[in-house]
Design a protein around this ligand. Structure first.
Ligand SMILES: [Cu+2]
Length: 189
């Protein structure tokens, strides 16, 4: 035998309770704050350059190398060039490019840095240009911020913070193998 349960459900009062209204108010405030400041998004301006959301991938315990990413947009009429990067948690930072050639993934260091074209932008993202945080003094933990600097030939140096994101990165997209510990090793066949 079945009993109809619908009639047993507590009916919602027509007027919202004080708790409901308070809850809605807090929700509205939270929504506005969220809209103003999307989670983790941050950017820096330096002359004609705009640096968007520097981030680094979290690293497993014991990892000595981490990956860093960001986007640099240049509103100016002249190109600039990212030539130097530092991070407090790393012994030094290198500028690298990852590419796939004949089906083999390769990475190389770019000793002259990367040009930021006039009226254009350059993206450092998994699978392409990236920063290598070498000689990590401590693991990069998700949710933390890592202080560092970016130096451009023309615009000079700006202090930034790298937001440490999960293995999937800010958008959940993957690309570069997690950990990046194989860096410098010969490509696996
Ligand atoms: Cu690399």
């Amino acid at each position: 035998m079945f009993r109809l349960l619908s009639g047993a459900r507590p009916r919602r009062p027509l007027l919202p309770s004080a708790e409901d209204r308070l809850g809605f108010g807090l929700l509205a405030v939270a929504f506005v704050l969220f809209a103003l400041q999307p989670a983790g998004a941050h950017e820096y301006k330096l002359g004609t350059l705009e640096i968007a959301h520097p981030w680094a991938r979290m690293t497993p315990a014991g990892a000595k190398v981490g990956g860093g990413y960001l986007t640099v947009a240049n509103a100016g009429d002249a190109p600039d060039r990212l030539v130097g990067v530092t991070a407090e948690v790393a012994d030094h930072v290198e500028i690298h490019e990852m590419s796939v050639k004949d089906g083999v993934m390769t990475m190389r260091m770019l000793p002259d840095g990367v040009e930021v074209p006039a009226k254009g932008e350059v993206k450092f993202a998994p699978g392409g240009y990236h920063l290598m945080l070498m000689g990590l003094k401590q693991p990069l933990k998700q949710g933390e911020r890592v202080k560092g600097t970016l130096t451009f030939t023309k615009a000079g140096t700006v202090a930034v913070e790298f937001a440490v994101e999960g293995m999937g990165g800010p958008s959940g997209s993957s690309g570069m193998p997690a950990g990046h510990d194989m860096h410098g090793a010969p490509p696996a066949n």
